[in-house]
Design a binder for this molecule. Structure first.
Ligand SMILES: Nc1nc2c(ncn2[C@@H]2O[C@H](COP(=O)(O)OP(=O)(O)OP(=O)(O)O)[C@@H](O)[C@H]2O)c(=O)[nH]1
Length: 316
C-alpha cells in the first residue's frame, strides 16, 4: 500500500486541527497517520487530534518547515516504509510554510496528496494585510494547491466574499474552496480527494522569519479551575494574544478544550477525557513589535484571574 501524503497549513487558529479531526472521523477512508507540529514547546495539538489508533506523531521544539530537518527526515522515512497506512497527514504549525515539505510527496513510498492551506473566513483579510504577520500568511497562501476557507458558518456574507477575493489574489495557482457551513465534513472529504495542480517549487526559506514575529509561553493549570472565569480572562486578552489553546479541568473534574483564535474564545467539553500525563496546560502566543510585553501582560492577567502558573519565560 502506498500512503498518500497530504500537507495542511494555515495561520494560527485557522482550523487545521479541526480539519484533521474531520478527516479522521470518517471523511478519509482507511488508516491514517498524523504528524503534528505546534508553535510552542508544548504540543497541545497532539491532544486535540482524535486519532482512533494512536498514530499521531508530535514534532516539537521548532518549526517543521525550517528548523527540524533531521526529525522530519526520520519521521517521513519511517512513515514511507510502513505498509499499513492509506494516508499520512502532516499538520504544519500555524506559522510554518507547508510548501517547504511538499517535496516529501515524491519520496519513494509516498503518493502525492494535496497541499491544503486553511484560511479563516472571518480573519484572513485582516491577517493578510497585517504589518507583522502578513508576510507569513501570504507565503502560506502562495504555497497552497488548495485553499480551504474555513469558519464560513461565522462569516457575514460580505466577509466571505472579501475572504474569497483575498485568497484568490494571494493564491492564483490554487483551487480556492469555501467550506460548506452545513456540511464541513463533506467539504473535508472533497478537499483531500481533489485533483489539484502540483505546486511550483517553494522559494528560498527566510530562516526563522515567521517565528521571529511571534512569541510564545506556556502556563500550567495545576488543579480544577473556574472555566467561565478563564473564558472571560482570555477574552479580555484577545487584543494581546493572537492565539491561546489548552486543556483544563473544571471543579466537577470535567476536561475542557479552551481556544482563543481570531479574537474569539471557545470552550468545549472533551468527550475523550484527560490529556497526556503532564496535565493541563495553556499555550499563549502573541505577535508584532510589542509581542514580548503583550505576552507577559496577558500571562500576568491570567495568573491573577485564575491562578495559572507560569512555566517558561517567553521563548521567541
Ligand atoms: N465556528 C467554527 N469554528 C471553527 C471551525 N473550524 C475551526 N474552528 C474553531 O477555531 C478554533 C481553532 O481551530 P483549530 O482547528 O484548533 O486551529 P489550528 O489551525 O489547528 O490552530 P493552531 O494549530 O494553533 O494553528 C477552535 O476554537 C475551533 O473550534 C469552523 O468551521 N467553524
Amino acid at each position: 500500500m502506498t500512503p498518500k501524503l497530504g500537507l495542511i497549513g494555515g495561520y494560527l487558529g485557522s482550523g487545521k486541527s479541526t480539519l484533521v479531526n474531520r478527516l479522521l472521523s470518517g471523511a478519509l477512508p482507511g488508516r491514517t497517520a498524523v504528524v503534528v507540529n505546534d508553535f510552542g514547546s508544548v504540543n497541545i495539538d497532539a491532544d486535540l487530534i482524535q486519532s482512533a489508533d494512536g498514530d499521531t506523531i508530535e514534532l516539537s521544539n521548532g518549526c517543521i518547515c525550517c528548523q527540524l530537518n533531521d526529525d522530519v527526515a526520520r519521521t517521513m522515512t519511517a512513515l514511507a516504509a510502513r505498509e499499513d497506512l492509506d494516508n499520512v497527514i502532516c499538520e504544519v504549525s500555524g506559522v510554518g510554510d507547508p510548501g517547504e515539505l511538499a517535496a516529501w510527496r515524491s519520496y519513494p513510498g509516498f503518493g502525492a496528496g494535496p497541499v491544503v492551506v486553511c484560511a479563516d473566513a472571518t480573519a484572513i483579510v485582516r491577517l493578510s494585510r497585517d504589518q507583522y504577520v502578513g508576510d507569513t500568511v501570504r507565503r502560506q497562501l502562495g504555497s497552497a494547491e488548495l485553499v480551504l476557507i474555513i469558519k464560513t458558518d461565522l462569516a457575514m456574507p460580505g466577509d466571505a466574499a472579501a475572504a474569497l477575493a483575498v485568497c484568490e489574489a494571494a493564491a492564483p495557482q490554487a483551487l480556492v474552496v469555501q467550506q460548506d457551513p452545513l456540511d464541513p465534513q463533506l467539504t473535508a472529504a472533497l478537499v483531500f480527494a481533489a485533483e489539484v495542480p502540483p505546486s511550483a517549487a517553494a522559494g528560498p526559506v527566510v530562516a526563522d522569519a515567521h517565528t521571529d514575529v511571534h512569541s510564545t509561553c506556556t502556563v500550567a493549570v495545576p488543579g480544577p479551575i473556574d472555566v467561565d472565569s478563564l473564558r472571560l480572562a482570555l477574552s479580555a486578552q484577545s487584543q494581546r494574544l493572537v492565539r491561546a489553546k489548552g486543556i483544563v479541568q473544571d471543579s466537577a473534574h470535567r476536561w475542557h478544550e479552551v481556544q482563543l483564535a481570531a479574537g474569539r474564545v471557545e470552550v468545549k467539553e472533551r468527550s475523550s477525557g484527560a490529556p497526556t500525563p503532564d496535565g493541563a496546560r495553556l499555550v499563549l502566543i502573541s505577535a508584532g513589535a510589542d509581542r514580548t510585553a503583550s505576552l507577559e501582560q496577558a500571562r500576568a492577567k491570567l495568573v491573577d484571574a485564575v491562578g495559572v502558573v507560569p512555566m517558561a519565560v517567553p521563548g521567541r
